[in-house]
Design a protein around this ligand. Structure first.
Ligand SMILES: Nc1ncnc2c1ncn2[C@@H]1O[C@H](COP(=O)(O)OP(=O)(O)OP(=O)(O)O)[C@@H](O)[C@H]1O
Ligand SMILES: [Mg+2]
Length: 323
């Protein structure tokens, strides 16, 4: 008798789309009319990345993060960034236990499945970098002892692009650590009406039941890692990134870290679509959200109000697929 080949760690490819579909519809039962944002948040979660949401207040940024965490039965912690927030307010501290005469580690809010960092640009650079270090290393070292973070672990950081006064804009090196950036955007007229019905008396989030477990999500992540990426796809990813570095309207192009994250996100998108292999379409769809926030336009391009999103869209439109 043959037993289906299912490497212990991952979930079968067919299951990914199913489980992910359940998570997606659970989140969309709370967040009205934002399927693209929901999809991208899920893609980033399965690609083991972090998400930056830049948008005005009250469009459901925090709600999206909370709902995603609830749908996968994970923990969610929210950190409100303020200028006086200290790195240890994020990571946790060692506290001396008088009675037992030992230091004991009290974990900070970074120890959660989904960590919402609200208004990340309001914290001092020192605190921002503490967060970004956790994001990259997925562990916290306090007093020489290393504590691993949760798996899955995803930071959803928010920034309000309008009110920038008294803030510390995230430096490029730090923006680079986010797999993707999205803006939520206002809901459509009908979605906003639906929201009034659904959210009128109480929030549907209060009733949302988890539809997957964190173990299942870990399985999905393992499966995503095994998605096939053909050499031509890898070349196409490098071509796209190289085009940003050579573009006359950009004074900073995308980093190799961006290339890695682009391909990882493309694998997640393929798996969510029920495919075992990446298509050029995955890279094209993700190029904007994954690359644009890392790019810096030149002074001239700025004057002409050329946005990095626009430049990436042009690169995608003109760059041919090799082979
Ligand atoms: N598309 C949407 N679908 C359902 N509810 C929404 C939507 N957009 C906003 N809301 C509702 O608006 C309220 C505010 O949302 P939330 O707190 O998530 O906003 P935010 O973007 O995090 O704002 P802030 O920048 O002030 O933190 C919530 O009660 C949420 O239910
Ligand atoms: Mg919020």
């Amino acid at each position: 008798m043959t037993v289906g080949v299912r490497s212990g760690a991952g979930t079968g490819f067919g299951d990914v789309a199913g489980v992910a579909g359940k998570i997606r519809s659970a989140v969309e039962s709370v967040i009205e009319g934002k399927s693209e944002a929901v999809n991208l948040a899920l893609t980033v979660m399965l690609a083991e990345g972090h998400l930056l949401i830049e948008d005005v207040p009250g469009v459901g940024k925090t709600m999206l993060a909370k709902t995603l965490a609830r749908a996968v039965d994970g923990t969610v912690r929210r950190i409100q960034f303020t200028p006086d927030l200290l790195p240890s307010d994020i990571t946790g501290v060692s506290v001396f236990q008088q009675d037992r005469r030992v230091f004991e580690f009290v974990p900070g809010p970074i120890f959660a499945t989904v960590v919402v960092g609200d208004e990340i640009n309001r914290a001092s650079p020192k605190t921002q970098s503490a967060l970004l270090e956790c994001m990259e290393e997925r562990q916290v070292t306090v007093d020489g002892v290393t504590h691993p973070l949760e798996r899955p672990f995803m930071v959803i950081a928010t920034q309000n692009p309008v009110e920038m006064e008294g803030t510390y804009a995230l430096p490029e090196a730090q923006r680079d650590r986010f797999t993707a950036r999205i803006s939520m955007g206002y809901p459509s007229y009908t979605a906003e009406l639906d929201m009034l019905d659904a959210h009128g008396a109480a929030s549907p989030l209060d009733y949302l039941q988890p539809v997957a477990t964190v173990e299942e999500v870990r399985g999905l992540v393992e499966t995503v890692r095994r998605v096939h990426t053909a050499p031509a796809i890898k070349q196409y990813a490098v071509d796209l990134v190289t085009a940003t570095r050579e573009h006359p309207d950009l004074r900073l192009g995308a980093s190799p870290r961006a290339t890695l994250q682009l391909v990882r996100a493309a694998r997640a998108r393929a798996a969510l679509d029920g495919r075992e292999y990446v298509l050029p379409d995955d890279l094209q769809a993700l190029a904007g959200p994954v690359l644009a926030h890392r790019l810096l336009p030149t002074a001239e391009a700025r004057v002409e109000r050329r946005k990095p999103e626009q430049i990436v869209a042009e690169i995608v439109a003109r760059l041919p697929l090799r082979g």
